[in-house]
Design a protein around this ligand. Structure first.
Ligand code: RNT
Ligand code: ZN
Length: 416
């Protein structure tokens, strides 16, 4: 054990915090790492179409993964530099067709994900899943599940149902539950004449998709305030999905912290939802001025999100996934930085004496509460983090980047 950690342990003990317990707790928290950072949300369908759905990836850093082997090699490189055992978050557009007849989105089955299941099994990872309601010719006029065109709506309902069956199949084969997240881009660039009609059609579609109970599947819906080209109205708004989830036990409301008005915070929404739901799924991201999906940094709102998870004893109830896509920097490094920052935020929260702080609040000793909270901000979390990394066989300092640099030269730079 290094001296810095010994000193940190004593400092934290003096305020009633057990650093060993904090590291133990952190080790058991899986972060769902999104596969789509590795290839700019391109997927494997090779339809050559552009990314649609009101989301945008910018940057042209060379070396983006082009197929299952490349993407999983990159994921492995990232996971090797992240302490603990985690989950991989897939989209339906990452179906692997090798040797199988191609299938459109509404005909996908768990067989198309056999390679991913094998990948996860070998490594002891969990899997999460997302139907892909974008980048597809059946998205008509930016609409899917809320389309007034019955053929379009039915196609996407079939896709939603197919994906829940895939999620159930993955869960059965892994012996671990799979979060299945429904996000649709549907909306209008300009002021619509009818805001209710599309929402009633979406409600009907969701009822059709969720009709069957499927073991192992944790269903959730993800709201959004706007998308690029969909600035005036999105069908799946915050109120719409929150009300839907509240009225449909077993369907949860996923919070993406890029999807709200700039002064709304997801950290404050978490305890509100914990009062009503047994699970709260998250997409942790960073919105720079808008829903830009920059890499997660160790910044205040991420720390506040972590505090709400930790101090409410909700490490098992809040399902933490990441959602960002930056093509302007090394994509493997982006994953490593983002996941490690989420973990650092959790560790920071785990190293706070919440009983003491809550007692101060309840006793209305607000001056002392402010004082202690501020003093704790400069406590030596970094020494505990380095110890945690060392115990989990990954570098706790910037030396992890040497590995990424070597991988960039040996592997990424050689990709066409
Ligand atoms: C889009 C949503 C959604 C996507 C991914 C790719 O605004 O955040 O979660 O980012 O499904
Ligand atoms: Zn998201």
């Amino acid at each position: 054990m290094n001296h810095a950690y010994e000193w940190a342990r004593e400092k934290y003990a003096a305020v009633g915090v057990d650093t060993e317990a904090a590291m133990h707790a952190l080790k058991s928290v899986p972060i769902s790492m999104h596969c789509w950072q590795g290839d700019d949300i391109t997927g494997f369908e090779n339809r050559g179409g552009a990314l649609t759905g009101g989301i945008q990836v910018t940057g042209d850093c060379p070396g983006k993964a082009r197929n299952f082997d490349e993407l999983t090699a990159d994921l492995d490189k990232a996971f090797a530099l992240i302490p603990g055992r985690h989950r991989v978050n897939l989209h339906a557009s990452y179906a692997v067709f090798d040797g199988l007849p191609a299938a459109d989105r509404d005909a996908l089955t768990v067989e198309h994900f056999a390679k991913w299941i094998g990948y996860a099994k070998e490594r002891g990872l969990g899997i999460d899943f997302n139907p892909t309601f974008f980048s597809h010719p059946m998205v008509k006029d930016n609409l899917t599940l809320s389309s007034p065109d019955d053929e379009v709506r039915a196609f996407w309902v079939r896709h939603g149902i197919a994906c829940r069956h895939i999620a159930a199949g993955i869960a059965a084969q892994l012996g671990k539950p799979v979060l299945n997240n429904v996000w649709i881009p549907d909306g209008y660039k300009d002021v619509p004449a009818d805001r209710l009609g599309p929402r009633l059609r979406l409600k009907k579609s969701l009822d059709e998709i969720f009709a069957e109970k499927l073991p192992g599947v944790i269903d959730c819906v993800e709201s959004k305030v706007f998308g690029i080209g969909l600035e005036s109205y999105t069908v799946g708004s915050g109120e719409f999905y929150l009300a839907y989830a509240a009225g449909h036990p077993g369907v949860y409301n996923l919070l993406d912290n890029g999807h709200y008005h700039p002064t709304e915070t997801v950290s404050d929404k978490i305890p509100s939802l914990l009062a009503y739901f047994d699970k709260v799924p998250l997409h942790v991201t960073r919105a720079v001025r808008w829903d830009s999906d920059h890499v997660v940094l160790l910044e205040d709102e991420v720390k506040e999100i972590a505090k709400e998870i930790v101090r409410n004893g909700a490490l098992e109830r809040v399902l933490i996934g990441l959602d960002f896509f930056d093509a302007s920097i090394n994509r493997v490094a982006a994953w490593v930085i983002g996941v490690r920052n989420m973990q650092k935020a959790l560790l920071t929260a785990l190293l706070m004496p919440w009983d003491t702080l809550k007692d101060l609040q309840d006793a209305a000793r607000m001056t002392e509460l402010m004082m202690l909270g501020e003093e704790l901000k400069t406590y030596p979390m970094g020494a505990v983090w380095e110890e945690f990394c060392a115990r989990n066989d990954v570098p706790g300092d910037p030396s992890w980047f040497d590995d990424v640099r070597r991988y960039e030269i040996d592997v990424l730079a050689r990709r066409g």
